[in-house]
Design a binder for this molecule. Structure first.
Ligand code: MV4
Length: 658
């Protein structure tokens, strides 16, 4: 009997595994890097061991440190999650040598599936359909060129050691072949230390459909339906759903049985995913088998009602599978999207910094798998996925509707996310019709507004001003005193706007040049602003952080910075003494202490951003007052770091001079 599980991972998947393990009575051990000391997975586990510094190579990929942690805590089994060491045959063997149960398949299966060439041959022998092509041993360029004549064009060159789209090239005609083979070889050698290549006929605009399989030590194997992961961006999955809107019951059975054959052929054990390409005529072809629990496993859980981590632990115990094939039923529809801290308007660049608020919207049929909470920081060390957001429904449209609502109402303040991009995809007509192939994002979505920098309209600015307007003229929003106009100056991105606010009772009119907008303020508390806009009452979520204001309403989120009271630099060039971060980054040094006398231009703090060090300097002479940051903090642009107040003794000295 196994008693104590070490989870060799971080983030949402570590949290996911710990929850089920605890529910089943297992003791749990988290491992963490120095950057993750306060992470959710560490807090949830019974015990936790630090395995090294932030860099993954020194911590989450450090198998010796992980095995040491298992020894020290008396763990008897290890769950690798996904990524990191999950598909590393050497690690699986090392666990075995240390008498630890690796919650996953035998090392031999991991190894076989790590080679495109060998796995394809094994699958063909097992009767699993594969894409027609060439997978000769140690093929020379000339052998590949000869083989291409039989395959025809367009064709794909793939690195045998590649996977997930890495090391893949599309060749349209014979004239491009030789050159592409040469490039593919050198790339593959570079990336994987192996230059073995295979050729495949290219499947045009395929769908990516994968089958969840499970096998036990007693020769049983089953499939738990499929997941459609066709909506991808640069081989990164964006949306995953089950069942696939393209798969018929007959196709499901044929693909499921093929996937079970694949598992049996490699003496598989535990959770596995067999990836197929499906062409427009519903022909399917084996692509690769992933020998781990996948990111998107929850969609399968939602339509089968099964806990796949519980299944993994059952199988790891040596017990038979919980259900036979005929007992596995699919119910309803589930869709998952990956909510990321990334900016779609800047080529999806990862966003880092403090996550002030993460408040998932509640609702029937919704599930969030996450490893972060409000107050955490998104660091550059790891994948910036904030959460997997899932919706289940009786049918696909119900799942879509619930998911759109979940995305629109989930508050994420502090980092830019892909949330709007995701909700636009789910709401899209082509996606809604179940017609999205792997070409969807490129063909039908490349000029979507969610990929453009945001421009705020008067209504969005007015809402922001509504929160910022806290009685500059000394009069309460509820008073019936005569209207006065107060200016509110805001910065959003690179633009600065000024609104003139006129308030009569709780009725606020915002003027911006020629445009104006009126809102009636109903209530404002606890980060909720209730307004009546054109006779329609609605609620807006907001969060204030220093002079930054984050808002969310109308299915969108935006932020502004209040610069109304930001003094223009004085005559002598002295600033306000409110020293703010000049950009998003990490504080690597605080050079002053409260009470220090400083001169204008003196460096107070060193900020690291984009791998460079930036000094943050005093904007006036004075004495350091409060310091609002410390070494190691992740800070946002404009965040208040240090306050400098007037040095009265210095002033006295100056004035005492003749
Ligand atoms: C292909 C293909 C067309 N024909 N193989 C990309 C990821 C990797 N797992 C395999 N991939 C593909 N292999 C043949 N013979 C098209 C793709 C492909 C793709 C596959 C799944 C999901 C998204 C994709 C996006 C572009 C290309």
């Amino acid at each position: 009997m196994l008693k104590k599980l070490l989870i060799a991972n971080r983030g949402e998947i570590a949290v996911r595994v710990i929850r089920t393990a605890k529910a089943l009575g297992y003791r749990t051990v988290a491992v963490y890097s120095e950057a993750d000391a306060k992470a959710m997975h560490v807090e949830l586990a019974d015990e936790a061991v630090c395995i090294g510094p932030a860099q993954v190579s020194a911590s989450y990929l450090n198998s010796d440190a992980i095995l040491d942690a298992a020894r020290k805590t008396g763990a008897d089994c290890i769950h690798p999650g996904y990524g990191f060491l999950s598909e590393n045959a050497t690690f699986a063997n090392a666990c075995k040598d240390a008498r630890l149960v690796f919650v996953g398949p035998p090392a031999s299966a991991i190894e076989l599936m790590g080679s495109k060439r060998r796995s394809k041959i094994a699958m063909q022998e097992a009767g699993v359909p594969v894409v027609p092509g060439y997978e000769g041993d140690n093929a020379s360029d000339d052998e590949l060129i000869a083989a291409a004549k039989d395959i025809g064009y367009p064709l794909m060159i793939k690195a045998s050691a590649g996977g997930g789209g890495r090391g893949m090239r599309l060749v349209e005609s014979e004239s491009e072949l030789a050159d592409n083979i040469k490039r593919a070889r050198s790339e593959s050698k570079q990336a994987f230390g192996d230059d073995e290549l295979i050729l495949e006929k290219a499947v045009i605009e395929p769908r990516h459909v994968e089958i969840q399989v499970f096998a036990d030590r007693h020769g049983n194997a089953v499939y738990l339906g499929e997941r459609d992961c066709s909506v991808q961006r640069r081989h990164q999955k964006v949306v995953e759903e089950a069942p696939s809107p393209f798969v018929t019951p007959e196709l499901r059975k044929a693909m499921g049985e093929a996937a079970v054959k694949a598992a049996l052929a490699c003496n598989y054990e535990g959770a596995g995913t067999v990836e197929f390409l499906v062409d427009k005529n519903r022909n399917f072809f084996f692509l690769e088998m992933n020998t781990r629990l996948q990111v998107e496993h929850p969609v399968t859980e939602l339509i089968t009602g099964q806990d796949l981590v519980a299944w993994q632990l059952t199988v790891a115990e040596g017990l038979p599978l919980p259900l036979a094939q005929d007992d596995i039923r699919l119910n309803g529809h589930a869709i998952e999207v990956r909510l990321y801290a990334e900016d779609p308007a800047q080529g999806f660049t990862p966003q880092t910094g403090p996550l002030y608020v993460f408040d998932p919207a509640e609702g029937e049929g919704l599930r969030y798998d996450t490893g972060v909470r409000s107050g955490d920081s998104i660091t550059p060390h790891y994948d910036p996925m904030l959460a997997k957001v899932l919706a289940w429904g009786q049918n696909r449209d119900e799942a879509r509707r619930r998911l759109i609502r979940a995305l629109e109402d989930t508050a994420v303040f502090g980092v830019t996310t892909n949330r709007h991009f995701l909700s636009r995809i789910i709401a899209n007509e082509t996606f809604g019709a179940g017609e999205a192939t792997t070409a969807f994002l490129q063909q039908a979505f490349s000029d979507d507004p969610s990929l453009q920098p945001q421009t705020l309209d008067i209504r969005q600015l007015a809402l922001a001003a509504c929160v910022l307007d806290h009685g500059t003229s000394g009069q309460s929003a509820w008073s019936n005193a005569p209207a006065t106009m107060t200016p509110i100056k805001m910065e959003s991105g690179d633009t600065i706007v000024e609104l003139l606010v006129t308030r009569i009772g709780n009725r606020l009119t915002f003027n911006m040049g020629e445009t104006r907008h009126t809102l009636v303020l109903e209530s404002q508390r606890d980060g909720l602003l209730c307004i009546i806009d054109n006779g329609v009452r609605q609620t807006c979520q907001y969060h204030r952080q220093g002079d930054s204001l984050y808002l969310q309403a109308f299915g969108q989120s935006w932020s502004v910075r209040d610069i109304t009271h930001q003094p223009a630099a004085g005559a002598n060039g002295a600033g306000s003494g409110h020293i703010q971060a000049t950009m998003d980054g990490a504080i690597i040094e605080v050079l002053v202490e409260a009470g220090h006398t400083v001169r204008q231009g003196e460096t107070l703090v060193i900020l690291e951003a984009m791998k460079m060090e930036h000094p943050v300097k005093a904007d006036r002479d004075g004495v350091v007052g409060q310091i609002h940051t410390c070494k190691g903090d992740q800070v946002k642009r404009s965040q208040l770091l240090v306050e400098i107040t007037a040095d009265e003794t210095a002033e006295q000295e100056t004035s005492a001079k003749p």
